[in-house]
Design a protein around this ligand. Sequence first.
Ligand code: 13P
Ligand code: SF4
Length: 312
Amino acid sequence: MPVSGLDLIEEIIALKRERNAVILAHNYQIKEIQEVADFVGDSLGLSYRAAETQADVIVFCGVHFMAETAKIVNPSKRVVMPDEHAGCSLSDSCPAEKLEAFLKVHAEKNYYVVSYINCSAGVKALSDVICTSGNAVRMVERVPAGRNILFCPDENLGQWVMDQTGREMTLWRGNCYVHVEFTQKAIERAKFEWPDAPVVAHPECTKAVRLLADEVCSTEKMITYCKSHPAKAFVIVTESGMLHRLRREIPGKEFIAGPTDKCACADCRYMKMNTLEKLHACLDKLDPEIIIPESIRARAELPLRRMLDWSK
Ligand code: 13P
Ligand code: SF4
């Protein structure tokens, strides 16, 4: 029988206990999922939580590459997600076969491949180190001097890291369809309307937008920045789910949705595929489950573990 509202939340909590499951949720998840999760965070925080958990089942409320990451570091655990179709445009922009072919054609460059965590297990398996928006600068700084770097798949994050580190890199031409919707014009308008509100932008935004921002950082750092900054209002230039996390954790301040040219509705259609009903069903059936061929998983674990070590 279908369940709803409070009953649904109670059933999710009961099923979670029964299955000895942990619910991990990304900052872009809908409010209701954030509120029922055991941990809400950015890709880096979620990777650590996934690597450290004692639970038998990991329920990953985020997108596919995030649940895959949890499985890569937990081969013996069951990792399930509410909707297996929750993908990522950025991850899709770099298919593993294309990256493999590129590396073959440019073999003389002997690239050190730094891959943003928003990529498939197949791409991770071809990489030397993984990074997130929270540690990309540190990861690139650790790459042995003199090595040519290929940064994939996000050209905007890559360009930002080049600006921060002064290190040249070849950039894969991928981007996030949500973050490139924020335009210089729209953010200029927001600055005019709220002159005292610092602009906080995710590094997946274009350079024209990043240059207008007072702070460029990962979703988790947005929390610490807005908490410690004396301002009372902030313009948040990232996916809409972040506003809920900020409002919940910093109740005394105002968070304004960064506008795009079309609207102020920066919803990631993939992140928003997860619902409480699907979360309930996946805990109940332990399906859809993440399965990765062992040869790929084992190769993907090396650069991911390297990131977790280098990030400590
Ligand atoms: P964070 O790691 O900063 O949370 O970013 C993940 C993401 O998908 C951004 O679009
Ligand atoms: Fe991927 Fe962009 Fe959605 Fe993040 S917001 S999951 S990068 S499509």
